[in-house]
Design a protein. Structure first.
Length: 556
C-alpha cells in the first residue's frame, strides 16, 4: 500500500529553519540562515528539505478554489479571496498565491544551492535533490498557470536586484517544470518504508509523474499527458473501496430518497456511498488511492478546519464554503442519466419558504451516490455526525448556509467536537484524477477507446454507478462532455474546478449569479475573459517594476 501524505512532525521542525537557525542563537542571526554554520550533517539537509514541504501544509484550503467557481460559495470574505474572485472583483489588491509560491521557490533554491556542501550518502542526496526539484516545479507550475509569465529564478540570492527581473514567458516556465519533473522522477522511489529520511509522505515517482501529467493536461499536451498518466496507472495505485458494509455504514436511511429494485441494488448503493465518502476519513489516510496529500495532525500546528468550515451552524459549523444549486443540479441520476432540474422559480414555489411540497423533494430522489456522499440537503440525515440529525435549511442567520446546502464530503464525522482541529488528510492528487486525466487526454488525442471507457468505469463502479453507455457516448465530442462532467462530480470540493473552467474556456457559460431555495440572489457574479489569469499583487509590482508591462498585457 502506498501512503503518500504530508508528514507533519518533521515539517514543524524543518519550518523553523526558515525562521532562523536554532543551533547557536549567539552566533546565527534570528532572521536569516547561516550557510557556514548550518550545512554540516545529513540531518541538516533533511531538516532543510522538510521546510520546503510547507507548500503542502495547508492544502486543505484548496477548497476555496471551488468557491471561486460555479461549484461553491464562500460567504466570509475575510477567510480568503474566493468571495471577491467569484464576484469578479479582481485587481492587484488581492494575492492569488504569488507570494506563497515564491516563498517555496526561495526555500527550494536555497536547499538546492547548498545540498552539495553536506557529506552524505550520494544516493540519498540525489533523492533529496529530486524531492526539492519536484516541489519547486509544482510551485512554478501553479505560479505560471495562475499568473502567466513569471520571473524564473533558479538560484537563491540575498541581493534584491536578482529578483527584480522581467517575467519569463509562460511556455518557458512550463517547459522548465516538465524537464525538472522528468529528471526528478528517475531518482524518486515508488514508496517509502518509514523511518528517518524515509518518512511516508515524501514525494514519490508517482507524485512527480502525476504533477507532470496534470501540467500536460492543462496545457493540452494530450499524448504526453496520456502517456504519463498511464505510467502512473502501472505503479500499483488503486481506488479506495469498501467491500463489506458495517452496521454504521447503513445508519443513514437513504430509502426515503432512493427506490431500490432489490437488496442487491441497495447494497451496491450503500457500498458506493461508503467507498466515496470514507476515502477522506482519518481511518483511511494514506490509502492506495492517494498519490499526494497534505497530512493533518490533531492538536498541532497542522490540523484542517473543514469540520468547522463545512458544517452547518446547528452543528457548530460556520458554513464558510457551501455547495451551489448549480453543483447540486450537476449530479446525475442513479441510473446514469442526466438530471433534469426544475427552474429556479418553480423550485422556490415548491419550497414555499420552508414549507415544501412533495414536488420539491422529488429533486433529491434517485440521484447518484456521490450526491448523497457529498451534499447535505433539505431532509437529509447525518447520523454519522450526530444521531438523529436531519438537515433543515433555515435561511439567513449567523453561520447558516446562504446557498441552502452544506458539504459533507471531506468531513470526518468521528471528529465532531474538534473545532478547526480535524486530523484527516486532504488529497492533493488522487488516483481518480489520474484515471480522469488519462481518459480526457486519450480521448482528445485519439477519440473513444476501450481503455478510455475502462478508466471511467473504474471510477463509476467504485461509486456504485453504472458503466458508461458506450453506444451513447460513441464520439470524441460526446465523450468529452461526459468526461468533463465526471471530473466535476468526482473532484468536487477538492479545488480543481477553477482551473478546469479556465482551460475549457467555459467561464462565461457557468459563472452566473448564485441563488438560494427562495430564488433570492446570494451573490452576483461576473466573468471577463481576462480572468483566465490573475493579476500580480500590488506588493509584487512595487518590488519588481519589470512586471508592469505583463500586467498591462493581461488587462489589469
Amino acid at each position: 500500500m502506498k501512503k503518500i501524505s504530508m508528514f507533519v512532525l518533521p515539517l514543524m521542525v524543518g519550518a523553523l529553519l526558515f525562521q532562523g537557525c536554532k543551533k547557536d542563537l549567539t552566533v546565527v542571526p534570528g532572521d536569516k540562515i547561516s550557510s557556514e554554520t548550518f550545512w554540516e550533517s545529513p540531518n541538516d539537509a533533511r531538516l532543510a528539505l522538510n521546510g520546503c514541504y510547507s507548500i503542502f501544509a495547508s492544502a486543505w484550503t484548496n477548497v476555496y478554489e471551488d468557491a471561486k467557481t460555479d461549484n461553491a460559495y464562500a460567504q466570509h470574505p475575510w477567510e480568503s479571496n474566493a468571495t471577491a474572485i467569484a464576484a469578479g472583483n479582481i485587481n492587484a489588491t488581492l494575492d492569488a498565491g504569488y507570494n506563497g509560491g515564491y516563498q517555496t521557490v526561495r526555500k527550494t533554491n536555497y536547499f538546492l544551492d547548498n545540498i552539495d556542501k553536506v557529506e552524505m550518502d550520494s544516493a540519498l542526496q540525489q533523492r533529496f535533490i529530486a524531492e526539492a526539484k519536484t516541489i519547486r516545479a509544482f510551485a512554478y507550475f501553479n505560479l505560471a498557470w495562475t499568473f502567466g509569465p513569471v520571473p524564473l529564478i533558479k538560484h537563491y540570492s540575498v541581493e534584491e536586484s536578482d529578483y527584480k527581473i522581467a517575467p519569463t514567458p509562460e511556455d518557458e516556465v512550463i517547459q522548465f517544470c516538465l524537464t525538472e519533473l522528468s529528471d526528478a522522477a528517475k531518482d524518486l522511489p515508488n514508496s517509502y518504508q518509514g523511518g528517518e529520511n524515509y518518512e511516508t509522505g515524501r514525494v514519490t515517482k508517482g507524485a512527480a509523474l502525476s504533477i507532470k501529467a496534470r501540467i500536460e493536461l492543462y496545457y493540452e499536451m494530450w499524448a504526453d499527458a496520456a502517456k504519463d498518466a498511464q505510467t502512473v496507472m502501472g505503479l500499483g495505485y488503486e481506488l479506495f473501496q469498501i467491500n463489506s458494509l458495517t452496521k454504521e455504514d447503513s445508519v443513514e436511511n437513504f430509502s426515503k430518497f432512493v427506490d431500490f429494485e432489490n437488496n442487491a441494488a441497495k447494497v451496491k448503493f450503500y457500498k458506493g456511498v461508503a467507498s466515496y465518502m470514507q476515502q477522506f476519513w482519518k481511518a483511511n489516510d494514506g490509502n492506495s488511492g492517494v498519490i499526494l496529500a497534505s497530512q493533518n495532525l490533531q492538536d498541532s500546528d497542522f490540523p484542517n478546519s473543514l469540520r468547522t468550515y463545512f458544517a452547518p451552524a446547528n452543528l457548530s459549523g460556520w458554513s464558510s464554503i457551501t455547495p451551489t444549486q448549480a453543483l447540486v443540479n450537476a449530479y446525475w441520476n442513479l441510473d446514469g442519466t442526466k438530471f433534469n432540474p426544475s427552474s429556479r422559480e418553480q423550485r422556490a414555489t415548491n419550497y414555499n419558504k420552508g414549507n415544501p411540497n412533495n414536488a420539491f423533494f422529488n429533486e433529491y430522489e434517485n440521484r447518484g451516490t456521490r450526491f448523497y456522499a457529498s451534499i447535505l440537503f433539505q431532509g437529509a440525515s447525518w447520523n454519522r455526525f450526530q444521531n438523529g440529525y436531519v438537515f433543515h435549511w433555515t435561511g439567513n442567520g449567523s453561520n447558516n448556509s446562504k446557498t441552502s446546502y452544506n458539504f459533507t464530503k471531506l468531513v470526518d464525522p468521528k471528529y465532531t467536537d474538534q473545532s478547526m482541529n480535524a486530523p484527516n488528510d486532504f488529497p492533493i492528487i488522487r488516483y481518480a484524477e489520474i484515471l480522469l486525466t488519462y481518459a480526457e487526454a486519450k480521448n482528445e488525442a485519439s477519440g473513444p477507446t476501450t481503455a478510455v471507457y475502462d478508466a471511467l468505469d473504474l471510477i463509476r463502479e467504485r461509486a456504485g454507478m453504472p458503466d458508461v453507455d458506450r453506444a451513447e457516448y460513441n464520439s470524441k465530442t460526446k465523450l468529452r462532455k461526459l468526461i468533463h462532467h465526471e471530473r466535476r462530480i468526482e473532484l468536487a470540493g477538492e479545488g480543481q474546478r477553477a482551473a478546469d473552467i479556465r482551460r475549457w474556456e467555459i467561464g462565461d457559460e457557468v459563472m452566473h449569479n448564485v441563488y438560494d431555495l427562495n430564488n433570492d440572489v446570494v451573490q452576483q457574479r461576473k466573468w471577463q475573459d481576462k480572468f483566465v489569469k490573475m493579476p500580480y499583487p500590488q506588493a509584487a509590482l512595487d518590488h519588481n517594476p519589470n512586471l508592469e508591462a505583463a500586467q498591462d498585457e493581461k488587462g489589469y
